[in-house]
Design a protein around this ligand. Sequence first.
Ligand code: ZN
Length: 348
Amino acid sequence: MTNTPATQGDAPEWNRTGHDFSQRQHLHYTGPIYDLHAHVTMTAPSDQAAGPAGGAGAAGSADSAARMLDIGQQYHVIQTVSMCPPQDIVPLRERLGDRIRFNGMINKKPEEPDSAAIDLVDRFLEAGIEIVKLWAAPRGRDRGLTLDPPWRIAALRHAIQAGIRIVMVHVGDPDRWFETVYTDSAKYGTKADQYIPLRRLMQEFSDCTWIGAHMGGSPENPEFLQELFESHPNFYVDTSATKWQVREISKRTNAIRALVTKFPDRFFWGTDLVTRHPLPEEHYESRYWCMRTLWESDWVGPSPIADPDHVPQPGEGPTPTLRGLALPTHLLQAVYTDNAVRLLQSRN
Ligand SMILES: [Zn+2]
C-alpha cells in the first residue's frame, strides 16, 4: 500500500529508510493497547549500552521510562508490563503510576548459592510483581541459565506459593541463529530441544498461565505453534521482538493470520522495547509504529529498522519487507486489549 525512500548510509538503526513515522492513517484501532513484554527501567549515564538493562534504582532517572511510555501513549498503549531489577520498581511506580506493572526475572549468577534466587523472588514479591520470567535462551547455557535447574524450580515454587500464577518463558531464538550462532548443537541443542523442558513444566505447573515470549520463539513455524496450543491449553505467546517478528511474520502472513483466527485468546501484544539512557524518542516510536503496522494494517514496504539477521531476497533492500497482517478488529481487540485485561484481572 505504501512505500518509502531508499536507505541512507549513515541513518540511525531505528530509521534506515528515512521513514516519516507521523504517517499513521493506516493505524485504525481506537481501543486501549497493553504492552505485555517490555524492559522499562531506571537509567543512568553510566549504564552499559547493551546487556541487562536498568538497576540504578532510586539514584537513577525515570526520564527514559517516561519518554518511552509517553510515545507509547501516542500509539494508544495505556499500560506496559516491565521486566526490570527489583530496586527499579518502586521509583518507576512512583513516577508512572498505573501505566506500568511488573514481571520479575528468576535469575542467579553461577557462583551464587541457590538461595540467591529465592531472595531475589522475595524482593520482587515485596515490590509487587504479577508475573515471573524464566529466561532460557540457548546462549544462557554459557552461564548456567537453562530453563529448569533445581534452584530455578525452587524459586518458581516459592513465587507460586505467594500467589503468582503467570510465568513468561524465553526458550526459542530465531531459526536463523541456529544456523549462524548456535552451530554447536552438542552444546546448545537443536531448536526443537529447547521446547522439551517447557512442555514438561507446562504439564507440571498446569494451573499456571505460560507465556512463550516472542511468538513462543517460533514465528518461523506457525504449524509448530498450533501443535503447542493444541497440546497445552495453558500455553500462550506474546508478539514481542520487533525486528524478528517483522522479518518472519511478514513472510507468512496468511498462516499467522489463520493461527490467530483459530486461537484468538492465546496472544498478547508486546514490543520488547528496552529503555536506555541516551535513546531518543524516535527509537521507541519506530518499534510502536512497526508493531502496530504489522498487526493491524495492510501496509507493505521496507521496514524502517535495521536488522542484522535479514538476508535480502531478490528485489529486497537492506531491511526486510514489512507486510501487515491486517487483522480484523475483533481479533485486534483480543490481541491488543481483552486478553491482557483478562490475564491481569485474574491474577492470584
Ligand atoms: Zn524481552
